[in-house]
Design a protein around this ligand. Structure first.
Ligand SMILES: Cc1ncc(COP(=O)(O)O)c(C=O)c1O
Length: 377
C-alpha cells in the first residue's frame, strides 16, 4: 500500500474527503500548472504557435501510456459525453438493432444512445441489476446478434459493481457489436489495457480518478475509425493547421489518426498543463499501486461497516476503489448532511452511500467515518 500522499494536496486536517467519485481535489502541482497557465494568457506574447500543438501531443502521449495504445488513437475532449457523442456518430446502427446499457447507467453514456437509437429506429436495452451483483454474465447474455453497440462502464457509478470487460469485449467481437466504454469512474484507479479489451471507443472525463481539472477529457478511437466523422469542424484538426498564415486555404484533409475528433480550442493554456501534471503524477504512482492501495482502504472500511450491519458488494463483484454501502432498513434520513456537518464527505447514489477514497486519505479519516456512522446509524 502506498503511504498517504495527502501532503501533495491542499486538504485541511478536519476534512475527510471520501468522495473522489464525485470530484477529486486538485494536487498542488496541478493547481500550480493551472496558475502558471493563466499567467501565460495574461501575457499572450509568451504563447507561440508551436504551443498549440506540443502540449496537446504531450497529453495524448501520457494518456496513451495509461491505457496502452498509440497516441495517434487519442483525441482531446471536454467531457465524457462529448466522446460518447463522437462514438455514437461513428458506429454503425440500423433499424431493428439494439444498444446494450446498464440499468441506472450514468446519463453521459445514455443520452447520445437514446438519440442515435431514435434516429436509426433502433432500441435501447438496459440490463437489469442482477440480485447477486453478477453484472458481467447478465451483460454477456444481453449481447446478441441484434446488438449494434454495448455502451458500458468498467464499474457501476452508484456502487462500484465491476464488469469483466475482457469477457464482454470477446462477446462483442463474437456477435459483431461495437464496444464503447465510459471509463470516467475507473481509469486511473483500476488497471485497464486496450490490447486486452479491444474496445471501439473509450471516453473519459479527467476530473475524478485522473485527478485532473474540470472540462478536460480524452477519447480513444480504434484505428478503424480514424477516417470517421467528428462532431464539430474546427480549424486545428485540419491538415497543415500549423501554418497559421495559410488557414484560409481551406482543406478537406485532417491531422492524422484520432486528432480529427479533438474538440475546438483543445490547446487550452491553463487546463491542458493541469491535465498533463495530473497524468504525470498518476503514472508516477502507477495505476496498479493506486488500485491496490485503494482496495486495501475500501476492504478495511467494508470489514468495519459490516460489523455495523451495513452491506456492500463482495470484493469479487466490485471495483477495489469503490464502496457502495447499503442499509438493510434503508438509508437513514439526513445521513449525508449529518456526516458533512462533521466534515465527512461521501455521496448518496441510488440507495447506496458511496464511499470513494484516494491516496490523500488516512487511517484517521477512516476512523472518523466509522465513529460517525456508529453514532448516527
Ligand atoms: C460514469 C460517469 N461518466 C461520466 C461522468 C461525467 O460526465 P461528463 O463529463 O459528460 O459531465 C460522470 C460523473 O459523475 C460519471 O459518473
Amino acid at each position: 500500500m502506498l503511504p498517504s500522499q495527502r501532503h501533495l494536496f491542499d486538504i485541511p486536517d478536519d476534512v475527510v474527503w471520501l468522495n473522489c467519485a464525485y470530484m477529486a481535489p486538485l494536487l498542488r502541482a496541478v493547481s500550480k500548472a493551472g496558475e502558471d497557465g493563466i499567467r501565460r494568457k495574461i501575457h499572450p506574447w509568451t504563447i507561440t504557435p508551436p504551443d498549440f500543438f506540443n502540449e496537446a501531443e504531450r497529453a495524448r502521449r501520457l494518456f496513451a501510456r495509461l491505457i496502452g495504445c498509440d497516441s495517434d488513437s487519442v483525441a482531446l475532449t471536454p467531457s465524457a459525453s462529448y466522446g460518447v457523442s463522437v462514438a455514437a456518430r461513428n458506429v454503425s446502427l440500423c433499424a431493428g438493432q439494439n444498444i446494450v446499457i446498464l440499468d441506472e447507467q450514468y446519463p453521459s453514456n445514455v443520452y447520445a444512445w437514446m438519440e442515435a437509437a431514435r434516429r436509426a429506429g433502433a432500441g435501447l436495452s438496459a440490463v437489469a441489476r442482477p440480485v447477486d451483483g453478477a453484472w458481467s454474465d447478465a451483460v454477456i447474455d444481453a449481447i446478441d446478434d441484434r446488438t449494434a453497440v454495448a455502451a458500458l462502464p468498467h464499474c457501476h457509478w452508484t456502487d462500484g459493481a465491476l464488469m469483466d470487460l475482457e469477457r464482454i469485449g470477446a462477446r462483442c467481437r463474437e456477435t459483431g457489436a461495437a464496444l464503447v466504454l465510459d471509463l470516467t469512474q475507473s481509469l486511473g484507479a483500476l488497471p485497464f489495457d486496450v490490447g486486452a479489451v479491444r474496445p471501439d471507443f473509450i471516453s473519459v472525463a479527467c476530473y475524478k480518478w485522473l485527478l485532473g481539472p474540470y472540462a478536460s477529457g480524452f477519447l480513444y478511437a480504434a484505428p478503424r475509425y480514424h477516417d470517421g466523422n467528428p462532431i464539430e469542424y474546427n480549424w486545428i484538426t485540419r491538415g497543415g493547421s500549423e501554418d497559421f498564415a495559410g488557414l484560409v486555404e481551406y482543406r478537406k484533409d485532417y491531422q492524422p489518426g484520432a486528432r480529427r475528433f479533438d474538440m475546438g480550442e483543445r490547446a487550452n493554456f491553463h487546463l491542458l498543463p493541469m491535465t498533463i501534471a495530473a497524468l504525470e503524477q498518476v503514472l508516477e504512482w502507477g495505476v496498479e499501486a493506486i488500485a491496490s492501495s485503494l482496495e486495501t482502504r475500501t476492504r478495511g472500511i467494508a470489514e468495519r461497516t459490516a460489523k455495523l450491519g451495513l452491506e456492500s458488494l463482495t470484493r469479487e463483484r466490485r471495483a477495489g476503489h469503490f464502496l457502495g454501502l447499503r442499509f438493510p432498513e434503508g438509508l437513514p434520513a439526513g445521513l449525508p448532511d449529518a456526516l458533512a456537518r462533521r466534515g465527512i464527505f461521501v455521496s448518496v447514489r441510488g440507495n447506496s452511500l458511496r464511499v470513494t477514497p484516494h491516496l490523500y486519505n488516512t487511517d484517521t479519516d477512516v476512523d472518523r467515518l466509522l465513529d460517525a456512522l456508529e453514532a448516527l446509524v
